[in-house]
Design a protein around this ligand. Structure first.
Ligand code: ADP
Ligand code: MG
Length: 333
């Protein structure tokens, strides 16, 4: 058997039990957006790390160093947001080729600093090494949260509404715009911006963490097709998603129409939206979204329901069952 047979998540499932079986009381690791390490009787540290490799996660010719710095920290911040926490302390490791222009590195750090400043994150350390070919970026981010407010992937309950906090598909469409070298106009520029400068939903995550009616939560990094599977396996449930309910931006719809792209594939399997995907009891949802609207000036977007595990992940379009051709992102499949 080779790694591509097992897949990214098959691999994690294979080694994780050895390390998670005998964890000390209160410590949780491998399986959620962050590890949880109690720091006082009522508070916990949240820890997450993400690796970005040139030509796998980004193309240096397509993204500015400033945006790359910004995005590297944003994807980690999003994992803290996914648990409802406050990001605080970052560690940055870089593998760089010796011929990298200093002006490029300065701009990369400008991008890191931009998001660090707006999120109140302090860069406290890291490591810097030579890389033979590709640029390698790893950030570890530590946040904190009151233990009682932590939202996990494992808390979804059958019958609950599944909702997200932002548009789906913009980032994936932005990547496609870049790869296809499409002409710059208002819509394509908006989609590229969504791909290069994802806004972590930190405030939204903190707000949702304070709502007892919100149960499971995750950030949308691999596409809802994959991220819902993570909720399903951790909560032992299934899910039903109505495609006509997916929140799609007008720019996204326009570009999909113009170029004949499959909007459903991009919105479910494209990934890197970095909004939050969560569940809440259906009777609580109307009040929840009304309060969210009052706080953030936009509603929560309901996209489906949690079902029993035997139903797996089911899509409908205008209530008719439909099979999608693309699966959420997996590094090895
Ligand atoms: P995310 O997309 O939120 O960063 P993933 O779904 O990719 O998280 O990862 C699932 C879980 O597996 C996370 O808890 C992550 O920390 C853990 N994990 C992934 N790779 C490794 C690894 N090489 N060693 C230990 N834990 C890992
Ligand atoms: Mg995540």
């Amino acid at each position: 058997m080779k790694l591509h047979d097992l897949g990214e998540f098959g691999l994690i499932h294979r080694f994780a039990p050895r390390f998670t079986k005998y964890l000390p009381l209160g410590i949780e690791g491998i399986g959620d957006d962050c590890a949880i390490i109690p720091s006082s009787p009522s508070k916990a540290m949240l820890v997450t790390t993400d690796l970005l490799i040139e030509n796998i996660h980004f193309l240096k010719s397509k993204i500015s160093p400033h945006d790359l710095g910004y995005k590297s920290l944003a994807v980690n911040t999003s994992d803290i947001a996914a648990m409802g926490g406050t990001p605080q302390h970052a560690f940055l490791s870089l593998g760089l080729t010796p011929n990298t222009p200093i002006s490029w590195i300065d701009s990369f750090f400008d991008g890191i600093q931009e998001l660090a400043t707006s999120e109140g994150i302090y860069l406290l350390g890291g490591d810097t090494t030579r890389s033979s070919n590709d640029l390698i970026i790893n950030i570890t981010l530590i946040g904190d949260i009151e233990t009682a407010k932590i939202k996990r992937r494992s808390q979804a309950v059958v019958g609950e509404v599944i909702f997200c906090t932002g548009y789906l598909g913009d980032s994936a469409a932005g990547l496609r715009v870049l790869l296809d070298n499409l002409p710059a106009e208002e819509s394509t520029k908006y989609l590229i911006e969504a791909h290069h400068r994802p806004r972590p939903h930190t405030k939204e995550g903190q707000w949702l963490s304070e709502q007892a009616s919100v149960h499971a939560m995750i950030d949308v990094s691999d596409g809802i097709d994959s991220d819902l599977l993570r909720i399903m396996e951790q909560s032992d449930c299934g899910a039903h998603v109505e495609l006509s309910d997916l929140p799609l931006s007008n720019h996204f719809k326009q570009v999909c129409d113009t170029y004949g792209w499959n909007a459903w594939d991009l919105a479910t399997a494209g990934g890197e939206d970095y909004c939050l995907l969560a569940t809440a009891a259906s009777e609580d949802f109307p009040q929840l979204t009304a309060n969210f609207l009052q706080t953030f000036g936009r509603p929560l977007f309901p996209i489906g329901h949690i079902t029993t595990a035997s139903n797996k992940l089911q899509y409908t379009l205008e209530k008719r069952p439909i099979n999608l051709s693309k699966k959420g992102f997996d590094h090895f499949r």
